[in-house]
Design a protein around this ligand. Structure first.
Ligand SMILES: Cc1cc2nc3c(=O)[nH]c(=O)nc-3n(C[C@H](O)[C@H](O)[C@H](O)COP(=O)(O)OP(=O)(O)OC[C@H]3O[C@@H](n4cnc5c(N)ncnc54)[C@H](O)[C@@H]3O)c2cc1C
Length: 317
C-alpha cells in the first residue's frame, strides 16, 4: 500500500482539526504518516495529540530552526524526508504558510503541486473550485510525490482514535535554508472565538456594517462562531486584516457562513464559496452574493441580526 505524509498542524499547543481532515483524506490513498515539526522539547506533547483520522505513524522532528528560519527551514526538512521516502503524496493544510511551504517543497523535490484542493480521491485526483465557484477542476500530479494543499473544513474528519507508532527523527536544517531569520514575532491575541480557518460557523461583516461590528459579533458569539470581514471592512480599519476572507485574505469552508452587508465580489467569493451552507443578509435584493445563498434575507442587518440573535437566545433557553 502506498504511503501518504500529512503535515500535522497545531493552534498554539493544541492539535488543529485540520490535521484530522488531512489524515482522513490521506487514509483513502494509503498508510498515513503524520509529520510533527516542533521546537526542541515540545515534540512528544504535540505528537501525543495526533490520533484522529487513522494515522499509522507519527514522525517527530525537533529543531529550534523551525521558529528561527520559518518556511524555508520547514521546507528543507520536509523536502529531505519526501526525497528519502518518496510518499505517494504529502498533504498540507491550505493556509498562507501551508501554500508557501508546499510550493518550496515541490521545487526542492521536483514534484508536482496542487493548491487549494477541496477533495482528493483514492486515485490522487484533486478537486479545486475556481473562478469564483463557477468551475470545478480535477487534476493529478504527474511527476514526483503529489504535494497537495487541502482547504480547511473540506473533508469531514474521521474522529476515530488511533494509536500510532511515534518515531523521533533527526534532520539537520542546511545552511541554504537559513538565509532569512525571524527577528521577532507576535502571537495573535486570543479573543475567545474560534480561529477563522478552523471555525464550523463564521459570521462575516462588510461595508454594510458601516464600521459597527457589534451586531455581527453578538450573533457570532451566540452561535460560537468566528467573525470574518470583507476587504472593504478591513481596509477601512473596521476589523483586523487577520479576519479578512477572500482572495487576498483567508480561505474558509465552514458548515455555515453568514454574510452580512457584503455584496459578493468575486474576490470575496473566492475565499468562502465552498462553505456548506451560506446565509445572506443584505438590503439590496440585487446583490450578487444572493446567487450563492442557500437562505437569504433582504433587509437591514441592524434590524435582522438583533432579531436573529433574539431567536437564537429564545431557542437556547
Ligand atoms: C486584487 C484584489 C483582491 C481582493 N481581495 C479581496 C478579499 O480577499 N476579500 C474581499 O472581501 N474583497 C477583496 N477585494 C475587494 C472586492 O473586490 C470588493 O471590493 C469587496 O469585497 C467589497 O466588500 P463589501 O462587499 O463589504 O462592500 P461593498 O461591495 O460595498 O458591498 C456592501 C454591501 O452591503 C450592503 N449593505 C449596505 N448597508 C447595509 C445594511 N445596513 N444592511 C444590509 N446590507 C447592507 C449593500 O447592499 C452592499 O451589497 C479584492 C479586490 C482586488 C482588486
Amino acid at each position: 500500500m502506498s504511503e501518504v505524509f500529512v503535515l500535522a498542524q497545531f493552534v498554539g499547543d493544541k492539535v488543529a482539526k485540520t490535521t484530522g481532515e488531512l489524515a482522513t483524506c490521506g487514509a483513502r490513498i494509503g498508510d498515513v504518516t503524520a509529520i510533527v515539526l516542533a521546537a526542541p522539547g515540545k515534540g512528544a506533547a504535540l505528537a501525543s495529540q495526533v490520533t484522529s483520522g487513522r494515522i499509522a505513524k507519527v514522525v517527530v522532528i525537533e529543531s529550534a530552526d523551525f521558529d528561527k528560519f520559518g518556511v524555508s527551514a520547514s521546507a528543507a526538512v520536509l523536502a529531505h524526508i519526501v526525497g528519502e521516502h518518496k510518499p505517494a503524496a504529502l498533504l498540507i493544510t491550505s493556509s498562507a504558510f501551508g501554500k508557501e511551504l508546499a510550493g518550496c517543497i515541490a521545487v526542492l523535490t521536483d514534484s508536482g503541486l496542487i493548491t487549494d484542493a477541496v477533495d482528493v480521491s483514492s486515485e490522487l485526483v484533486a478537486t479545486q473550485i475556481v473562478f469564483g465557484g463557477s468551475s470545478t477542476v480535477h487534476s493529478r500530479v504527474s511527476h514526483g510525490s503529489a504535494i497537495i494543499t487541502l482547504r480547511p473544513n473540506s473533508v469531514t474528519p474521521d474522529l476515530e482514535k488511533s494509536s500510532p507508532e511515534i518515531l523521533n527523527v533527526s534532520v539537520a536544517v542546511g545552511e541554504s535554508a537559513k538565509h532569512a531569520e525571524v527577528i521577532s514575532s507576535q502571537p495573535p491575541v486570543a479573543e475567545g472565538r474560534p480561529e477563522l480557518t478552523e471555525a464550523q460557523i463564521i459570521v462575516s461583516g462588510g461595508r454594510g456594517t458601516n464600521g459597527d461590528f457589534g451586531p455581527v459579533e453578538t450573533f457570532a458569539d451566540l452561535l460560537g462562531a468566528a467573525v470574518g470581514a470583507s476587504r472593504a471592512a478591513t481596509d477601512a480599519g473596521w476589523y483586523p486584516h487577520s479576519h479578512q476572507v477572500g482572495q487576498t485574505g483567508k480561505t474558509v469552508s465552514p458548515q455555515l457562513y453568514v454574510a452580512c452587508g457584503i455584496s459578493g465580489a468575486i474576490q470575496h467569493r473566492a475565499g468562502m464559496q465552498t462553505s456548506k451552507t451560506i446565509v445572506v443578509i443584505n438590503k439590496d435584493p440585487e446583490a450578487p452574493i444572493f446567487e450563492l445563498a442557500d437562505f437569504g434575507v433582504v433587509g437591514d442587518l441592524f434590524s435582522v441580526l438583533p432579531q436573529a440573535s433574539e431567536g437564537v437566545k429564545a431557542h437556547k433557553s
